[in-house]
Design a protein around this ligand. Structure first.
Ligand code: ATP
Length: 222
């Protein structure tokens, strides 16, 4: 189903009371490619924080990454759609892809707030501890922390105590989320494909097949 206003593929939304406050999860990422690490943190946040929905937001041109290595936004969007299609409370938005230029979370949060008016919405920006630790370098980090909760999911190599080093303005918005640790990263998946190694069970099989069909990440494909 296509959401007319957002121009995105969306999945049927649960109808809820008009007056109730929406709790919306936003799962930002490069998703190059999306993998089970992303899906597990989104699902755990949805359940443990009692969210209404989780919107996956693939970045356009990520300001914090080496852009030469980024797969086209269209392919990353398709892979993300494939990964979430069987989950009725996961949605996807092209907001950062269509905005063009570097993607900044604060711009996305400001724009998204308008989608829900006149309803009140509480945003939960879901990400890994590694990303939260980088947040002071992002555009308007204190403003992000003012308009959204920041859900910091555990990730191998990082622990909750590291969050103590964050400025108070960010720290007070952080909600630590303990999840079963999965040592999967997009970098490792890309490395494995380039080395001809298996990526089975790292990500949904539909996404795995798409990667091979489009010859993504292979040395010849670059
Ligand atoms: P890359 O390896 O290319 O840097 P990534 O696997 O970290 O990519 P991103 O698309 O950058 O994937 O991820 C979006 C967010 O998801 C990141 O902020 C990261 O913290 C979180 N994340 C990714 N993989 C995991 C994982 N296995 N466990 C917990 N969090 C994760």
């Amino acid at each position: 189903m296509i959401d007319e206003e957002r121009g995105d593929m969306v999945l049927p939304q649960r109808r809820s009371n008009f007056m109730s406050r929406l709790k919306v999860g936003i799962m930002g990422g490069t998703f190059d490619p999306i993998h089970f690490g992303h899906l597990v943190i989104a699902e755990e946040a949805y359940i443990s924080l009692n969210l209404s929905e989780v919107i996956f937001v693939p970045t356009g041109n990520p300001p914090h990454k080496n852009n030469k290595m980024i797969t086209s936004a269209e392919d990353r969007y398709i892979m993300t759609c494939m990964a979430i299609v069987d989950n009725p409370h996961f949605k996807i938005s092209k907001i950062e892809i269509e905005r063009g230029g570097p993607s900044h979370t604060i711009d996305t949060l400001r724009e998204m707030r308008h989608w829900y008016l006149p309803r009140e919405v509480e945003f939960f920006f879901i990400t890994g501890i590694d990303a939260v630790l980088q947040m002071p370098l992002w555009k308007e980090p204190y403003e992000i922390a003012r308009v959204a909760h920041i859900v910091a999911a555990s990730r191998p190599g990082y622990n909750v105590s590291q969050l103590e080093s964050l400025p108070e303005e960010i720290k007070r918005a952080v909600i630590p989320l303990e999840i079963p640790l999965l040592a999967i990263s997009s970098t490792e998946i890309r490395r494995r494909v380039a080395a001809g190694q298996s990526i089975r069970y790292f990500l949904p099989w539909t996404v795995e097949h798409f990667i091979y069909k489009r010859n993504l990440y292979s040395l010849e494909g670059r």
